[in-house]
Design a protein around this ligand. Structure first.
Ligand code: CA
Length: 365
């Protein structure tokens, strides 16, 4: 997986394999990490194994053994650290990594192959096919990059040897312990061998890069074979992405964002930008503050988020008004950059898909 480093903000989204920063290609550490060693029977691991085994009525000794043999992966501990502070984010550079010819071609092929499932997901959950196509394209390049880490090792590393220098180490370690438990349950429920499953360095799985807990909570069997398989079934991935967004409040028929011009006054701008991706202002309030929302935005009676994306240290920023649906996309990964990349990739694939279809198909109802 071409992971450089990830702004790992939301539980679900470990799949976002690309940094938001302009200089992502540079390695964080030039020195090669030491070879991985087993975690061994450390007290926190043993207590975790015993608690989980008791709660699930599993064999505690076997679980201790299984977890103790998991490898403590230095690379995972490097990758989980936040990007270096002070590097200017660059929306244009970030966008260009996703909206490029090879990924667009793969997106069109994905749409052609799964047209019926995408249409069914759209009608069942109200989430447009292009948004599903955008998410799966950004997450895994349509199933090509689903992660090469052994998930058991990755999650055990983050659960029991989380890097203390991380600014939210305690909270994140607790999260990964919970995800490790979810992963072990998921494997037993689905007949997967935990030692074989591969995913991202943070434990995200399959075509849509669901974390194990999200898989268990939100994934659906969409190809009708009686089991949920996000690793081998793109159709289950399609239905699961749509179901996930619908559960987080996707409004069918609503757009994701509008254009806007912000007032020049820095104090007003700061006030409007403070809630970030959370929709907080009516169009009328924005007009009153001196902003100029688009005509369509003025007709929207919902709340809007004022979002600003940096374009490196020198170029002007990109600004937009996010709707509830924009916010819902950020439930996949808590980042406006991520959400806009998903939306624009989906739109670009759709445009190419519509022009590439044979004439007979495009005339079909
Ligand atoms: Ca299935």
């Amino acid at each position: 997986m071409p992971v450089t480093r990830l702004r790992f903000l939301l539980p679900l989204c470990a799949g976002l394999a690309l940094s938001l920063c302009a200089h992502a290609a540079k390695p964080r550490h030039a020195k090669a990490p030491p070879p991985p060693q087993p975690l061994g029977p450390r007290p926190a691991l043993v207590a975790f194994a015993d608690d989980l085994a008791t709660a699930q009525n599993w064999d505690a000794a076997a679980l201790r053994e299984q977890l103790g043999q998991a490898l403590d992966l230095p690379r995972v501990k490097q990758l989980i650290l936040p990007a270096t502070a002070g590097t200017a984010k660059n929306w244009t550079a970030y966008r260009d990594r996703f909206i490029e010819p090879k990924r667009l071609d793969a997106g069109v092929a994905f749409w052609a192959e799964h047209e019926a499932a995408l249409a069914r997901a759209e009608s069942q959950y109200g989430v447009p096919a292009e948004v599903i196509v955008g998410i799966i394209g950004v997450e895994t390049f349509y199933g090509r990059i689903t992660g090469g880490f052994k998930v058991l090792d990755a999650l055990a590393t983050l659960a029991f040897d989380f890097p203390r220098e991380h600014p939210r180490a305690t909270e994140r370690q607790a999260f990964f312990r919970s995800e490790l438990a979810e992963f072990l349950k998921l494997c037993r429920e689905n007949g997967l061998d935990a030692a074989d499953v591969r995913g991202s360095y943070a434990g995200a799985l399959g075509w849509p890069q669901f974390m194990p807990g999200s898989w268990r909570q939100h994934a659906v069997d969409f190809d009708g074979d009686g089991r949920i398989d996000l690793i081998a079934s793109p159709e289950d991935a399609i239905g699961s992405v749509a179901h996930y967004l619908s559960e987080y409040g996707w409004n069918a028929g609503e757009t994701t964002h509008y254009s806007v011009r912000l007032p020049a006054d820095p104090i007003t701008r700061r006030r409007l930008l403070a809630p970030d991706i959370k929709p907080s202002f009516t169009a009328a309030q924005l007009v009153e503050a001196g902003a100029e929302p688009s005509e369509a935005a003025r007709e929207d009676d919902g709340l809007l988020a004022v979002i600003e994306l940096q374009n490196g240290p020198k170029k002007p920023t990109t600004v937009l008004l996010g709707t509830q649906n924009f916010w819902v996309v950020t439930r996949y990964n808590w980042s406006a950059y991520y959400a806009l990349a998903v939306i624009e990739l989906g739109q670009a694939v759709k445009a190419r898909w519509l022009t590439s279809r044979p004439p007979a198909a495009s005339q079909a109802p």
